[in-house]
Design a protein around this ligand. Structure first.
Ligand code: CTP
Length: 402
């Protein structure tokens, strides 16, 4: 799994720092190129020389050390690596990552890199359950950072609880799984739509919806991670474009229609996660509409159904639709799947807590035209994206067995 992969192991100051030696050793045995960055406190628990010998590379501690390999080391290393795993990750480093604090070599690389980041939290269980730590972990997971563990068991402070670092073997297995699935969609092209369209009434007002765009952005990230060349047609959101993804910004359903249709013939898969306005105002006022105290009626005209249009036009493309429902979830989703001629529909009840608009998590079912149905528990939107990638790969005829 790790041939040709460059992995930075970040080690922070907790008693589990000694286990970092095993993480490094296992990665090396599986042919990874390993680099190590330690915080100053980590060096109190384990000698840099140990980790240098195991990784066969110089260990980075201070930001302003003499460069060992590169000129601006924290930047060049940040760009060079394929993944970072912080093991152990103390409450302190999780806080720094959550707020974007860069005051030593490791935290600076963590801010500068666009490579996937894994953290293996390790701390006393009271610290782990503190609302601050939990809030920080939520922020990090929401940004797509992978949290591994922690485990439950005997802790160095003498208590029993969760907060023990995951076993090195499990940490390395998680990384292997991540890289193992990575190339499923290599050479494929994907198009994702995200966000809620805005239909202008006048220069200052629009008809919109509650979509945050998170689901579509997570899917674009998962497709890109799996090697697909990914275009994201996005209605307005507050989200950053996932690294490596090409974003086309649109406002209205008609603009989204044009952007999607322009790319349709070039892609292998389209995922329509956007919440598209079904209607737009018949007239868009050129000047701000003034109130006059009387009631008004707004005339709306239908927008094109983009997905249904793709369903009519498709040749070999795989089409994935979403059904955001507030009642009769499965029946409505099945009807949409048939009406729009899609290969897979993701059904989600947007009224459930932990699902739908704005939430970092979702609760979904995948429905297929042959009657198959896969139900998922509440998982992060990125995990939903990764499950979707696996199904898309299968539909494209890729062997995804591990
Ligand atoms: N969709 C689309 N174009 C539209 C409306 C919806 O491409 N004008 C796509 C959405 O991106 C989604 C799927 O169709 O993938 C279902 O969208 P949804 O809003 O759940 O359903 P609608 O088709 O709009 O039906 P209704 O509003 O009656 O539930």
């Amino acid at each position: 799994m790790f041939i040709g992969k460059k992995i930075l192991v970040g080690v922070t100051g907790g008693i589990a720092a000694y286990k970092a030696a095993e993480v490094i050793s296992r990665l090396r045995k599986q042919h990874a190129e390993v680099h190590v960055a330690m915080t100053k406190s980590a060096t109190e628990f384990i000698a840099p020389l140990t980790l240098q010998s195991l990784s066969a590379n110089p260990v980075h501690v201070e930001l302003f050390d003499e460069p060992k390999l590169w000129n601006v080391e924290h930047i060049s290393l940040a760009e060079y690596i394929d993944a970072v795993v912080v093991a152990p990750a103390t409450a302190n480093i999780l806080t720094k990552m959550a707020i974007g604090l860069a005051d030593d070599f490791l935290s600076t690389v963590l801010l500068a890199t666009r490579a996937p980041i894994f953290v293996a939290p390790a701390m006393n269980h009271a610290m782990f359950h503190h609302p601050a730590t939990q809030a920080n972990l939520t922020i990090l997971k929401d940004r797509g950072i992978h949290a591994l563990g922690p485990d439950t068991g005997f802790q160095a402070c003498g208590t029993v609880g969760d907060g023990r670092m995951s076993e090195p073997v499990e940490i390395v297995e998680s990384l292997a799984r991540f890289f193992g699935g990575k190339d499923w969609l290599k050479g494929k092209r994907a198009l994702v739509t995200a966000g809620g369209t805005r239909e202008p009434l006048d220069p200052v007002r629009y008809l919109g919806n509650r979509s945050s765009g998170r689901m579509g952005y997570a899917i674009a990230q998962a497709l890109q991670e799996a090697g697909a060349e990914t275009v994201l047609v996005s209605a307005p959101t507050d989200l950053a474009t996932p690294p490596g993804v090409t974003r086309i910004s649109v406002q209205t359903a008609l603009e989204m229609y044009d952007a999607v249709l322009a790319h349709f013939s070039e892609v292998d898969v389209v995922v329509k996660a956007a919440a598209v306005a079904d209607y737009r105002p018949a007239v868009q006022a050129e000047q701000k509409i003034k109130k006059d105290g009387t009631s008004r009626t707004l005339e709306l005209v239908p927008n094109p159904d983009i997905l249904a249009e793709l369903g009519r036009k498709k040749t070999s493309q795989i089409l994935v639709g979403f059904a955001a429902e507030t009642e009769n979830l499965l029946t409505n989703a099945q009807h949409k799947m048939q009406r729009k001629n899609v290969n897979l529909i993701v059904a989600n009840d947007v009224t459930k807590p932990g699902a739908g608009f704005g939430s970092p998590t979702n609760i979904v079912s995948f429905l297929f035209p042959d009657g198959r149905k896969i139900d998922f528990p509440q998982i992060s939107k990125l995990e939903v994206g990764r499950h979707l990638v696996r199904e898309i790969a299968c539909l494209l005829g890729v062997d995804t067995k591990e």
